[in-house]
Design a binder for this molecule. Structure first.
Ligand code: FES
Length: 111
């Protein structure tokens, strides 16, 4: 915990509710969202393992049974924004990344 490093990504105002932003984070494509009534930040892998393309930042966010999710723009699978699990296929999960907002900046934890 003490030596965690956070990487500056963008201005907090650049991430609007329900509109994902794709960031290249230490070689990984990360999709960052602001979602839910708390307008919390979430960061997940941008790669859709079903559609086999980097598209999840363009997905529609919402809530399924209280779980914040994004729907892939390709085949419409839903992924939890909290833990990356696929709602329709429990055997599939995508990566998630620690994200925070600090002093008006969005930051991802160093990998
Ligand atoms: S924070 Fe109010 S419903 Fe989620």
């Amino acid at each position: 915990m003490s030596n965690e490093t956070w990487i500056d990504i963008c201005d907090a105002g650049d991430i609007h509710a329900g509109v994902g932003v794709c960031a290249l984070h230490q070689g990984e494509q990360v999709a960052i969202f602001r979602s839910g009534c708390g307008q919390q930040l979430f960061a997940i892998g941008n790669y859709d393992p079903f559609g086999k393309a980097n598209v999840l930042s363009r997905g529609i966010t919402g809530s399924l049974q209280g779980e914040p999710v994004v729907a892939s723009p390709l085949y419409k699978q839903h992924f939890s924004l909290r833990d990356g699990s696929c709602i329709e296929d429990a055997s599939v999960a995508i990566p998630t990344y620690p994200v925070r907002e600090l002093e008006g900046r969005v930051q991802l934890q160093s990998l």
